[in-house]
Design a protein. Structure first.
Length: 236
C-alpha cells in the first residue's frame, strides 16, 4: 500500500474516533474485498466467514480509539479479522457439530441444485479446502495470507504478530503437509529419485478471491445495511 493510501486510512480512523459516523464505513469499503477473501479462505465456509468478518469489524469499531499507530491501519484490520477467524475455528473444534445430510443443495453457499456429476475443478477445490482445514491453525493462517492472498512475508509477520522467520517456518511446514495431503492431485510423472514434491514451493490449486468478492458479503452490509446499523448502535 502506498503512503497516500495509508495516510487516508489513518485519517478515516481518526475521524471515526472523533465522531464521524461515515468514516468507518468508508474505511471498511476500502479494504472489504481483501478482508473478505482472507476470512473466506481461512474458514472455508461463506456463512462462517461472513459472521467472522462481522465480529471483526464490530471489534475494530469498538477498539478504534485504542489504535496506537505502531502499524498500518490495514495491518491492524487484517490482524483483527484473522484473530476472529481463528477464535471461531477454536470454538468449532471445542464444540464440533455434525451437519445434516442434504443431497439437494450444493455446499458452495449459492443455494442452487447440486449437479449430478460435480466437475473435476469443483472436486479439486473441495479437496484443497479440506486439506487447508486439516492444517494447524497457525500454519493455515500463514499459508492463506502468503500463498493464497499473496501478502509479503514481512506484512504477514506484522499481521500475525510474529517474527518473519516464524512465518517462513509455518509456511514451510504447512506446505510439507499439503504436499502429502494433495500429492494425488499432481500430474502423473515418471518416477525418479529426484521427482519429489518441493515442500518450500507455494501451494497451488486454490482459486483466488483477490482482488475481491463478486457481490456483497453475506452478513456484512454497506453503509445502509446490517453492519452499519450494528455499528451505529455502539455510539448509543
Amino acid at each position: 500500500m502506498d503512503e497516500r493510501a495509508a495516510a487516508r486510512d489513518l485519517e478515516l480512523l481518526r475521524a471515526h474516533v472523533a465522531g464521524d459516523r461515515d468514516a468507518f464505513t468508508e474505511l471498511f469499503h476500502r479494504h472489504r474485498d481483501r478482508l473478505w477473501a482472507v476470512a473466506l479462505r481461512t474458514l472455508g465456509d461463506r456463512e462462517e466467514a461472513a459472521d467472522a468478518l462481522q465480529d471483526a469489524l464490530l471489534s475494530a469499531h469498538r477498539a478504534a480509539a485504542r489504535f496506537r499507530g505502531d502499524s498500518a491501519v490495514t495491518t491492524w484490520l487484517h490482524r483483527i479479522v484473522v484473530n476472529a477467524c481463528l477464535d471461531r475455528i477454536r470454538r468449532r473444534q471445542a464444540h464440533p457439530t455434525v451437519p445434516l445430510p442434504d443431497g439437494n443443495r450444493a455446499d458452495d453457499g449459492t443455494g442452487g441444485l447440486e449437479p449430478a456429476a460435480p466437475t473435476v475443478d469443483h472436486d479439486t477445490v473441495l479437496v484443497v479446502r479440506e486439506a487447508l482445514a486439516a492444517l494447524p491453525l497457525e500454519q493455515r493462517a500463514a499459508l492463506v495470507l502468503v500463498d493464497v492472498q499473496g501478502y509479503p512475508v514481512a506484512e504477514v509477520a506484522r499481521i500475525l504478530g510474529v517474527a518473519e522467520g516464524t512465518v517462513k517456518s509455518r509456511c514451510a511446514r504447512g506446505r510439507a503437509r499439503l504436499a502429502v495431503l494433495l500429492g494425488h492431485l499432481r500430474p502423473a510423472t515418471v518416477a525418479t529419485p529426484s521427482a519429489r514434491p518441493d515442500p518450500t514451493a507455494p501451494i497451488t490449486g486454490v482459486p483466488g478471491v483477490t482482488p475481491g468478492n463478486h457481490g456483497p458479503v453475506e452478513g456484512v452490509g454497506s453503509g445502509s445495511g446490517r453492519y452499519r446499523r450494528d455499528a451505529n448502535q455502539e455510539d448509543t
